[in-house]
Design a protein around this ligand. Structure first.
Ligand SMILES: [Fe+2]
Length: 457
């Protein structure tokens, strides 16, 4: 939440500004109301991330305000912190009964308000991001459970049997499924089996609620992948707490898995970058070539509207496209003059050598075709496979344009780099024969918008 919108309700302007002052470090936008009635009107007209309200006020007190907020679907999910100088258990208990998320005694304002506010905002963001699907054939249970979760700030959808639930899961997968066992059409157990069989849904926590408290049944279901088993009749507050715990555990698991994958990928990429550096250290004339090709294809991919993941992969492919040159002997790779046919045949093996080097790295599977085919020609006269036109993967086709451009414009052992215009003339002449026409068009557009220096940066 970048800038939380907070409504402060108190009949004392002094307390309102004291509250705002205590919270200035959270960089929120604050509105004020002087009693419950005005506060309620404002909450109905605008959307707030949090309401902090005094209890003792004229017109409408904090208890009445909170009850009204928590029965209105438009305001039900706004968290409420009640503040009062009354610290009796009875009073505090009443605050929670009317749906407050937290209760602070006025004398504790300085020590507790900031931490409590941050905690409540964090929790509400967590709830708002989590959607629960409640499946039960009893409309009464559906509405009681829905109500309890909505009051806690979750988004809730319902279904009256497993079959309908499955349809909803396919359309818009929830973050957690809470299901009865005995239902017509499809039981909760069948639903759980079906959800667990789909790889896209099998990680969704599945909670069973049932009147059956047979331990053997419970154990069996937990072994089949049910995340928790709640016995009816249940205490709604406990139920909400159990679900919150399940979701936050699930969130932590997903977060850890993402961190593990990110660091594995980072580790692999730094290893590969070392390989490229080793290759380019051998041949200082092409030093920086892979980096430049990567920078160009990345910009072309962005222009083509590729997803962030694909743009990143294309850029990695650019960095690695010539890795197979590691297998080309020094006397050929560094030869200043023209290559003999035999020598050229050896150089032509580098795309396949590259595939052999990288082919076993699972996370690079997507870029292997681009490495293999970056020397194919649009007219089919390229290597290693001589495929043509759209049979050449698009990543390889854009790479061929970037590779050609950079090879022409950079200095070689036997000649200086060409000026931009001359290189562009050659690229346009090769359009449709050596190079893919669409990829050339994208490149021409790119070069009209960006300086050659920034193109390879
Ligand atoms: Fe190459």
């Amino acid at each position: 939440m970048s800038q939380p919108k907070i409504l402060i309700i108190d009949d004392s302007p002094f307390f309102r500004s004291q509250i705002e002052n205590e919270l200035k470090s959270i960089n929120g936008s604050f509105s004020h109301a002087e009693d419950g009635r005005k506060g309620l009107d404002m909450a109905l007209l605008d959307s707030y991330d949090l309401i902090i309200s005094d209890i003792e006020m004229p017109n409408m007190d904090g208890f009445a305000l909170c009850s009204k907020l928590k029965v209105n679907p438009n305001t039900i999910s706004i968290p409420v912190i009640l503040i009062s100088s009354n610290d009796t258990d009875k009073y505090i208990d009443k605050g929670f009964k009317v749906g407050a998320d937290s209760y602070i005694i006025k004398t504790d304002l300085k020590t507790k308000l900031l931490d409590t506010t941050l905690e409540v905002l964090k929790k509400s963001k967590f709830h708002n991001n989590n959607r629960i699907l409640v499946v039960d054939d009893s409309s009464t249970i559906r509405s009681i459970v829905k109500d309890a979760f909505e009051k806690a700030g979750f988004h809730v959808t319902t279904a009256e049997n497993g079959k309908m639930a499955l349809k909803k899961i396919n359309e818009d997968p929830p973050d957690l499924i809470l299901s009865d066992i005995d239902m017509p059409e499809m039981s909760g157990i069948e639903l759980c089996n079906k959800v667990r069989m789909e790889s896209a849904f099998k990680a969704i926590p599945f909670v069973i609620m049932s009147a059956n408290d047979n331990r053997a049944t419970m154990r069996q279901l937990l072994e089949r992948g049910v995340s928790a088993y709640l016995v009816k009749p249940f205490n709604m507050e406990q139920m909400v707490i159990t679900i919150e715990k399940l979701l936050s555990d699930q969130y932590l698991i997903l977060l850890k898995e993402k961190e593990r994958l990110d660091s594995e990928r980072q580790f692999m990429l730094s290893g590969i970058t070392s390989l490229i550096t080793a290759l380019e250290a051998r041949d200082h004339y092409t030093c920086g070539h892979s980096q430049a090709v990567a920078a160009i294809v990345e910009k072309m991919a962005v222009k083509m509207g590729m997803s962030i993941e694909d743009v990143e992969s294309v850029s990695i492919a650019g960095k690695l496209h010539d890795i197979g040159k590691i297998g080309v002997p020094d006397n050929i790779l560094l030869k200043p003059g023209r290559l003999t046919d035999e020598e050229f045949n050896l150089v032509k093996e580098h795309p396949l050598v590259g595939v052999n080097i990288l082919g076993n790295i699972a996370s690079l599977a997507k870029i292997i075709p681009a490495i293999r085919h970056h020397h194919e020609r649009f007219d089919g006269k390229g290597y290693p496979d001589g495929i043509k036109g759209s049979s050449i993967p698009i990543w390889a086709r854009i790479m061929a344009v970037a590779d050609t451009y950079h090879a022409l414009t950079s200095d070689r052992p036997y000649r200086d780099g060409m000026p931009l215009q001359k290189a562009m003339d050659i690229i346009l002449t090769a359009k449709g024969t050596q190079l893919c026409p669409d990829s050339v068009d994208i490149f021409v557009e790119l070069i009209s918008e960006i300086s050659p220096k920034n193109l390879i940066a």
